[in-house]
Design a binder for this molecule. Structure first.
Ligand code: UD1
Length: 421
């Protein structure tokens, strides 16, 4: 298993290109199932999660072709040859469940294994299932699989999410495009990835309005067609690289970075003493004076502070000038990085969904273990700021969500390399 070695090396300086959003791409790829013509996605991130989704779609009969060094994906679902998403693929990645809605909408039946993914809590899919039932699907859970049928097609209906779910909103959007009649989704997720999906679906012929607000209206259409779409920037990758100059006291320009995608994080970082300015090419992030100021953070659905940046933010706050409180409201059990950060000298007290972080003057390098995708990158950030050497094992988590992370950080002066085997 690969590990990453980092030697803390002071301020990072340079520029980092921001890739297309993994989470947008994972919802856009299943949209190809809705049309007989190809869906071409530009600005795709080159990540193992995207490869997993490609394998899953291929198993259903989608012809997947890569161009422009993997930055362009062409997905052609002329014929659906299977309606079954097997456990072997789905267990690797929870987002696989996003094939359920479009398969059902296009073919009237789908069998999808119950999903796996990062070990950050129970993460059920009950909302996806309740939503599809509201559209007239008949569901049965048998031997670890969801068996869904809608022999006479799906029918539009109102559906209110009891709480905000990104994935369930996406599955419903995908399914409702081809349903008969009007679907009104209330308490829908507002994430930019939802807006990106709705934008692409509109280009494919869907009739959707209200995306980016809590009420999305979908007027079902008879058929969808192919299109070409450029994937929005990855705000989580962007936020992660904003934290690299913040934690090391450096100065980094994020090429393709957009403040409007991450306003809550920008405000939090500014309160902590980080400087952020718009540039012609993106965003420039720097910290030039003194220690980070302690700040309190509560994770929330968009536009609140994203749970996917909580671990990285915790790494930053380990060296703040005072005590910060981080509250995780989206996932239980998402503080597994705290014990690894403690191995590097951090002072963190976790109680339930709250972590109290008392800043120390500096972290010390140590061998640590990545426990999930975002936790692994928080350890990289900590390693960049620590004195001495940090070795992070189990970095396969990292490859699910960060493209060429060693290369991007080395280009800014980090001493970081991957040890294979
Ligand atoms: C997506 C993102 C993930 C991010 C999360 C929250 C993708 C591929 N992943 O995950 O990176 O951390 O949004 O911003 O886009 N829940 C249920 N029942 C359901 C669905 C969700 O109880 O049917 C719960 C989850 O366990 C969690 C909360 O709702 O506690 C929010 O989850 P959700 O927004 O659905 O996250 P994902 O779509 O899985």
């Amino acid at each position: 298993m690969d590990s990453i070695r980092i030697r803390g090396n002071g301020p990072l300086k340079g520029s980092v290109p921001i890739a297309g959003a993994k989470n947008a791409c994972l919802a856009l790829m299943p949209a190809s199932l809705l049309a007989e013509e190809p869906l071409v996605l530009d600005n795709a991130p080159r990540l193992s999660d995207i490869a997993t989704m490609a394998v899953l779609l291929e198993s259903l009969g989608v012809d997947v072709a890569l161009a422009d060094s993997g930055l362009t994906l062409s997905l052609h679902a002329a014929d659906i040859v299977s309606q079954k998403a097997h456990y072997d693929i789905v267990r690797k990645m929870r987002a696989s469940v996003l094939v359920l809605g479009p398969l059902l909408a296009r073919t009237g039946s789908a069998t999808v294994s119950l999903p796996g993914g990062c070990a950050i809590g129970a993460r059920p899919v009950d909302l996806h299932l309740k939503g599809l039932e509201a559209l007239g699907a008949t569901l049965e859970l048998k031997n670890g699989y969801i068996h869904a049928t809608a022999a006479r097609g799906l029918t539009g209906a109102p559906f209110t999410f009891p709480f905000v779910s990104v994935g369930a909103t996406e599955n419903m959007l995908l399914a409702a495009t081809l349903a008969r009649g009007t679907t009104v989704l209330r308490n829908a997720a507002l994430e930019p990835e939802i807006v990106d999906l709705a934008t692409c679906l509109r280009k494919m012929g869907a009739n959707i309005s209200g995306d980016g607000t809590p009420e999305i209206v979908v007027e079902g259409v008879e058929r969808m067609h192919g299109t070409r779409h450029r994937i929005v920037a990855d705000r989580i990758e962007m936020g992660t690289y904003m934290l690299a100059p913040a934690i090391t006291g450096g100065d980094v320009e994020l090429l393709g970075g957009r403040r409007d995608l991450l306003e809550s994080v920008c405000l939090t970082l500014e309160n902590a003493g980080v400087e952020i300015e718009d540039t012609a090419r993106g965003l420039r992030v720097s910290r030039t004076n003194g220690r980070i100021r302690a700040v309190n953070v509560v994770t929330e659905p968009y536009p609140g502070f994203p749970t996917d940046l909580q671990a990285q933010m915790m790494a930053l706050l380990t060296t703040a000038d005072d005590t910060s409180v981080l509250t995780e409201t989206i996932f239980e059990n998402r503080f597994m990085h705290a014990q690894e950060l403690r191995r590097m000298g951090a002072r963190i007290d976790v109680r339930g969904g709250t972590a109290t972080v008392t800043g120390v003057p500096y972290l010390k390098g140590a061998p640590v273990m990545a426990t999930d995708l975002r936790a692994s990158v928080s350890l990289i950030l900590a390693g960049l700021a620590a004195k001495g050497e940090t070795i992070i094992s189990r970095v396969y988590h990292l490859d699910r969500g960060y493209e060429r992370v060693e290369e991007k950080l080395s280009a800014c002066g980090a001493i970081i390399d991957r040890m294979t085997g």
